[in-house]
Design a protein around this ligand. Sequence first.
Ligand code: FES
Length: 100
Amino acid sequence: MWHDVGAADEVAEEEPISVKVADQEIGIYRVGGKLYAMEDICPHAYALLSMGFVEGEEVECPLHGALFHIPTGKCLAEPADRDVATFPVREENGRIMVEV
Ligand code: FES
């Protein structure tokens, strides 16, 4: 099911936002002009990845520095030990639509 989670122009490069859809925290990122949606809770402890440091296609957890690949959710560096989910996302009439 697709959900409208906000205005597309709220998400700038390296300035993700966090949204809640169907009880799930999701980070919305813009990388190279394209939107990506990725599970927002770090699997290591509890931190919002969208509050972390974004560089290119990677985000670093603000708490202990685990690294994730935004387009795929792949965990690239410890201390997190699993990948995170990603979700289909698209822009439609200036809105962000996420499928959950
Ligand atoms: S909470 Fe993210 S690395 Fe520890």
